[in-house]
Design a binder for this molecule. Sequence first.
Ligand SMILES: Cc1cc2nc3c(=O)[nH]c(=O)nc-3n(C[C@H](O)[C@H](O)[C@H](O)COP(=O)(O)OP(=O)(O)OC[C@H]3O[C@@H](n4cnc5c(N)ncnc54)[C@H](O)[C@@H]3O)c2cc1C
Length: 478
Amino acid sequence: MERRELLICGSLALLGSPALATSRQESTDLVVIGSGGTGLTAALSALEAGHRVMVLEKMPITGGNTQLAAGGMNAAETRPQAAKKIADSWKSMYDDTMKGGQNRNNPELVEILARQSAGSIDWLLALGADMNGVGRMAGASVDRTHRPLAGDAVGHNIVHALRQAAIKKKLDIRTNCQVLKILQAPNGRVTGVLVRNKYGELFSVQAAAVVLASGGFSANLARVASYRPEYAGFSSTNQPGATGDGLDLGAAAGGELIDMEHIQIHPTQAAGSKILITEAVRGNGAIMVNREGKRFVNELTTRDAASAAVLKQPGGSAFLVFDTAIRKSLKQIEGYYHLELVREGATPAALAAAIGANPQVLEQTLDTYNGYQAAKGDAEFKRVDMPRPIKTGPFVALEVRPGIHYTMGGLRIDVKTQVLKADRKPVPGLFAGGEVTGGVHGANRLGGNSISETVTFGRIAATQAGAYIRQVSKLKLG
Ligand SMILES: Cc1cc2nc3c(=O)[nH]c(=O)nc-3n(C[C@H](O)[C@H](O)[C@H](O)COP(=O)(O)OP(=O)(O)OC[C@H]3O[C@@H](n4cnc5c(N)ncnc54)[C@H](O)[C@@H]3O)c2cc1C
C-alpha cells in the first residue's frame, strides 16, 4: 500500500502495514494521553521529577472536560476550610463518597481520594489556582466544595493555572494528536504509542511508560445508549472529545473495563441546550419546582435520585427557582443571563406567569420553603442545607432537564494507578487516572469529587510511572 493511502485512511485496520515502519518516530520517557486535569497534573508532576514527558491531545485545545467544570472540587481538612472554621474530616468525605456511590466504589481508592484531597488543594494553590471559596454540592455532609472566592467556575481557573505552569516549564504538548494504539513488547510491556495528527499523518512515540488520562465517554451517545438504552435521545453536557477512546486503548492493551453501565445523568442541563447549570446554584439556595410550581424533591439529594425525580415530572423537566440574593452569591449565574437561559418576575406570581406555572402554587411553595429555611428544617423533603431564603426580587427561573454527564465506569486500576488485567496483574508500564478509570465513584459520583480525583490520581500516576521508568532504565543499564 502506498504511504499516502495509509495516511489518508489512518485506519486501525492498517496498523500492521509495513508502511508504518517508514513513518516518523520520536521518543520520550513518559507519554501522557489527554490534557485535562489528570493529564496536565501528571505531566507537570513527572516533569518536575526530572522525566522527559510528552502530552498528546486529540482536540485542537487543551483542557478536556476539566475546563468546563463549574461547581468546584471536594476536599477535606483543607486550609481554606480552616480559614472559614469549617470542621471536616477525610473520613466524613470517605463516608459521603461511599454512600453516594451506593457502596459500589473501591474503598481503597476512595480512601486515597479523601485522605489526599487536602494535599491536592495545596498543590493547586501553590500553582496559583484560586481554591479559597468553599461551598457545598449534593451528597456532602459539610461545606467542602472548593472554588474561586468570587464564585467563578472552578475548571477554567484550574486549567488556566495548569496551562501557565506548562508554558513556564516548557512542557511538550501536542494538540490535534490522537493516540490510536498503545504499543507493547511481546511480553505486554508498554513501549510507546501510535499517533495520528490533524493531517492524517501517523507517527510513533517510544516511551517506557504511558499514563492514560483521556477522560470518559459521555459525548459518545451511541456508546452510552449501548450500555443504557433508556438514555437514547438524551443530550450530553460534555466536550465533543469525550468519546471514550482511552477505554478501548487500555482494553486493547490488556486492561479490564469495570462498571461501564454506571452512567450519570445530571439533573440540571439547561433545557434545549448543551449548557450545564452548575449544582452550586442549588448549593447556594435554589429550589426545583415542576410545571405547576411545586417542589418535588430534596434538591441536594444525589444526582441519580434528583434526575429520576425530574424525569417523573410532566414534560420530564423542571425549573430551578431562585432570587436576586442567590444570583449575587454566584458569579457563574451571570453567564446564564448572557445566554438568555433565565426568565424573571418582579414577584413570585409574575415569575409563575413567565414560566406558565400556577401563581398561587408557586407563591405557596416559596412561602413554605422560606419557613423551612428559617426553622432550619424541611418537613417535606428533608433538605438539610438551606443557606438562603428566596425572597428578594426579581425572582428567577431556569428550565432544566437531565443530560448525560459523567461515566463512572472505566479501566480497573490499583492504588498505584496501574491498569489491571482481568487476572488483577498490572499491564507493565500502563498507568491511568481520572474519568477513564472505574472504581472511585461506584454507581454514582458526587459533584466535586471528579476534579479532586484528577489532581490526586494524576499526581500518583506521575510518581508511580516515574518509579517504573527508573526501574526499567536501571534494568537496561544493568
Ligand atoms: C460541564 C461540566 C461541568 C463539570 N463540573 C464539575 C465540577 O464542578 N466538579 C467536578 O468534580 N467535576 C465536574 N465535572 C466532571 C469533570 O470535569 C470531569 O470528570 C474531569 O474533568 C475529567 O478529567 P480528566 O482529566 O479525566 O478528563 P478530561 O478533562 O476530559 O481530559 C481528557 C482529555 O483526553 C483527550 N483525549 C481523549 N481521547 C484521546 C486520544 N485518543 N488521544 C489523545 N487525547 C485524547 C480529550 O480530548 C480530553 O481533552 C464536570 C463536567 C462537565 C462536562
